[in-house]
Structure formats: C-alpha cells, structure tokens
Design a protein around this ligand. Structure first.
Ligand code: AMP
Length: 110
C-alpha cells in the first residue's frame, strides 16, 4: 500500500520509534512544529475516526489512555496538545489516522 505510515510500520521508511505496543507506535515527526512533536500511529490502516470500526476505535482509546502514562518518557510533564487532522479542510496529508502530540514548550493558540 502506498501509505507513508504503513511503510514506516513495515520498516521500509526509517523512523525514530519512542514507544511501541501491540496496537500503535509513537515516532518523532519529521517536521517538528514544537520542541517535542510526536505522532501516535495505529498499526492498522484507516483514515479517519468516521472510518474506524469498533475494534479500531478501541485502538484509538488505547492510544488516548496510554499517552498520559508516557508524559515523563516523552518529556511532556508541563502539558501538551493532541491533534487529529481529519480530511481535507484540516490539512490531513497522510491518509492513515494519527495523533499529533505537541509539547516541550509553551504552545501558541493555533
Ligand atoms: P497530517 O498533516 O496531520 O496528515 O500530518 C502528517 C504528519 O506526518 C506531518 O506532520 C509530517 O511532518 C509527518 N510525516 C510525514 N512523513 C513522515 C516521516 N517519514 N516520518 C515522520 N513524520 C512524517
């Protein structure tokens, strides 16, 4: 499949994995928008929350419940922002659901 995140998951494209479990990985974003900018990427390919099956929504829940446990590991103890870009208007450039994790400094409002 011609999906950059599937290729990262397959090891075809290199990435810096900072966390991995059965459901998802967390890597460094290649173009960081904050001092710390990570991407949490499900191992299953689906584009948006609308498309997600019940099982895939459990993966999203797993991601959202795991991230707070990783605050120290990811150096985010002073707060962070989670973003899911969904579709064209949001500027989703990779059609494989992912959660941006931004922090490590005070973030601007946008
Ligand atoms: P989005 O605009 O929400 O689809 O975000 C896609 C993100 O993936 C962007 O922040 C890109 O910088 C990031 N990205 C694209 N290719 C790679 C890559 N090979 N390794 C790490 N991050 C990537």
């Amino acid at each position: 499949m011609d999906c950059v995140f599937c290729m990262i998951l397959n090891g075809e494209i290199p990435s810096t994995r900072v966390f991995e479990n059965d459901d998802f990985i967390i890597i460094h974003d290649i173009h960081p928008k904050a001092r710390h900018h990570y991407l949490a990427i499900p191992k299953q390919h689906f584009k948006t929350l609308e498309e997600a099956t019940k099982e895939q929504m459990k993966i999203v829940t797993n991601i959202l419940t795991t991230i707070p446990k990783l605050e120290k590991t990811l150096d985010l103890t002073n707060g962070y922002r989670l973003i899911i870009n969904q579709g064209e208007d949001a500027g989703q450039s990779v059609p494989h659901l992912h959660i941006h994790i931004l922090g490590g400094e005070p973030l601007s409002e946008m």
